[in-house]
Design a protein around this ligand. Sequence first.
Ligand code: PEP
Ligand code: MN
Length: 257
Amino acid sequence: MKIQLRIYLTNNDLYKIIQEKFTMIHGPCAIESFEQMNIIVKKLKDISPFFRGGIYKPRTSPESFQGLQEKGFQIVGQIKYLYNDFYITSEITSIEQIDEYDNIDIIQIGARNMQNYELLKAVGKLDKIILLKRGFGNTLTELLNSAKYISNEGNKKIILCERGIRTFSDSSRFTLDLSAINYLKKRTEYPIFVDPSHAGGEAGEVLSLTDAALAYGCDGIIIEVHPNPSEALSDAKQQIELNRYINYIKEKDITKK
Ligand code: PEP
Ligand code: MN
């Protein structure tokens, strides 16, 4: 019988790594199948063991794909069984889902829920890393207040994330507020991440925004990557094709940052 030694880092150790080292979180907008996640993890695990993948998707239209939900958590379980070093970030959309997130390493509070105070208080009671995104209509003061709703409950393992705000500009999906990085760094100790995907809205633009965010000195990036973007069930235009992403990372030498 083959005995496999499994090493999982604790939430505290994971957070320490994120605090000390530049972190890439990559993966699809939504988990769509085991095969999709397996291809992505196999190809990207040596670049970074931090992945993303939506399981409950907050969509503008109720007719759009809402995420695999229960099946999505099963896929995460299968992938965790296959790979030792795999840490997943996934968005929670309701307080009722909390028990389902046991196997999720980083819980994302999405832009639409940044001021869902009951949800913030609920994740504040967990021993989990929370990635809190800025709402697209919210100030940075409001973002810091939302973080306080989490930390006041005891959970201080927080990552703040700029993902673009709504302005009158129609040159991209949202306007990435890069000066948020320095503003937040002066006011908090939390790692400051950037999500160039939801701001860029289009793959080429997403990579340019990633360059810009790196130049600004963010502590990490959360970016959407897909093996076959044209067939993605959500955010198809903005997801970076897997090999294009790998080439980009190599070219920029990002893992050595
Ligand atoms: C997402 O990360 O897929 C997402 C929906 O993000 P946001 O909340 O920033 O729109
Ligand atoms: Mn998305």
